[in-house]
Design a protein around this ligand. Structure first.
Ligand code: ACO
Length: 342
């Protein structure tokens, strides 16, 4: 399996936008048959944040992206790559709305749909476009509004308790053009995978063009077919196995070992998944940077939100190596390795 290794690509100016409304587990217990103890023990989640009307996914993405541009001290980029599973509309995707909100020149705006792996898919694409000289500076955004797409009744409790809203963003840039104040991370390599045999094990079926004569109906809405469903145990097992596998594979291609890592900033689907991944990589719990307790699973926004916190809280030093890994619907999964630049 090929994995692009990069020599000319840096990533910097991580920012986040979190909605104001904090939703503790106890608030969910008022809507469905669940409780704080179950959610904390089974997932690690204590709170998540939900938007209030009229805030949308593109609003969160644009607000985060504005902070990223301010941190980077720039007002133009060559392209936008936006990842989300919860766009404002069926089409177009949120990339064009971010372009418009930020008043950027009529640059290309790509939309990535790889769910929890979305940020890593966007990052690899940005890295490849920079490494090959197509562009010099790309804005990468992950943004989600899950709260309006969840079944907030007991029928949907296995999924509704897991997800939160939020956005994260960063700049991916050619190393020799970068003047960002830092911290700046070299992108050393990425590795991505998918296995569509599991498409119906974690999905949201309606509305979709696979359905005739129209994509959704009142009946289907009443049956809850517009909400995501998941085979939780199967997803859990695959997530642990695949995140460990892809991390080891990419580290091997970079001639590195897990012990070389200062930190992993993984996707946040379940605290128990991340503990098992760390254990199987031979890492200590303190080497895993988790945000799920506060935010739940914010899907494509999770990894850049994690980086934005790690930059503020972890006293990162030049030479520190950081690994990110993610797994999600599709199934899709992947990893990326970074090094803090001098
Ligand atoms: N509150 C209380 N009880 C609940 C809840 C809830 N919110 N949800 C489920 N339960 C009940 C179940 O009904 C079941 O009851 P039963 O034993 O009487 O049948 C019991 O709790 C155990 O349910 P399980 O599904 O076996 O619980 P499990 O320990 O597997 O945890 C979970 C469920 C948290 C969903 C876990 O399977 C998981 O995290 N899966 C992976 C999620 C993931 O990685 N997603 C990928 C990214 S998402 C994306 O890409 C969009």
């Amino acid at each position: 399996m090929r994995a692009p290794l990069f020599s000319k690509v840096v990533v910097h100016s991580f920012a986040r936008e979190i909605p104001l409304r904090k939703v503790p587990n106890d608030d969910l217990a008022k809507l469905m048959d669940t409780n704080d103890d179950w959610i904390r023990k089974r997932t690690g989640i204590q709170t998540r944040y939900w938007v209030d009307e009229p805030t949308t996914t593109s609003n969160l993405g644009s607000a985060s992206a504005k902070k990223t541009l301010a941190l980077a001290g720039c007002d133009q980029v060559d392209a936008i790559i936006a990842a989300t599973l919860s766009p404002d509309f069926n089409f177009p995707g949120i990339g064009v709305q971010i372009q418009n909100d930020l008043n950027l020149d009529c640059i290309p705006a790509y939309d990535i749909r790889n769910q929890c792996s979305g940020f890593l898919y966007a990052l690899e694409m940005a890295g490849a476009l920079i490494e090959t000289g197509v562009y010099q500076r790309i804005l990468v955004v992950g943004a989600e509004v899950h709260s309006t797409g969840l079944d907030r009744t007991t029928r949907g409790r296995d999924i509704a308790v897991l997800f939160g809203d939020g956005a994260g963003s960063c700049i991916v840039e050619r190393k020799d053009c970068c003047h960002a104040p830092g911290p700046v991370f070299s992108l050393l390599g990425t590795e991505l995978h998918s296995d569509g045999a599991f498409v119906d094990q974690l999905w949201c079926e309606h509305p979709g063009s696979a359905h005739f004569p129209i994509r959704v109906s009142v009946d289907l809405v009443e049956q809850g077919k517009i909400f995501p469903t998941m085979n939780g145990k199967l997803v859990f097992e695959h997530a642990v196995r695949r995140m460990v596998e892809v991390s080891m594979s990419l580290l091997g291609k970079l001639n590195r070992q897990p012990r070389d890592l200062r930190l992993i900033i993984p996707h946040q689907a379940n605290l128990r998944i991340n503990s098992l991944v760390a254990k199987q990589l031979g890492l200590d719990e303190e080497q895993v940077f988790n945000t799920i307790q506060k935010y739940g699973n914010t899907t494509a926004a999770t990894i850049p939100i994690g980086f934005s916190h790690a930059v503020e809280e972890c006293d990162l030093k030049p030479g520190d190596q950081i690994l990110s890994a993610a797994f999600g619907s599709g199934f899709t999964w992947g990893a990326a390795v970074f090094e803090v630049v001098d």
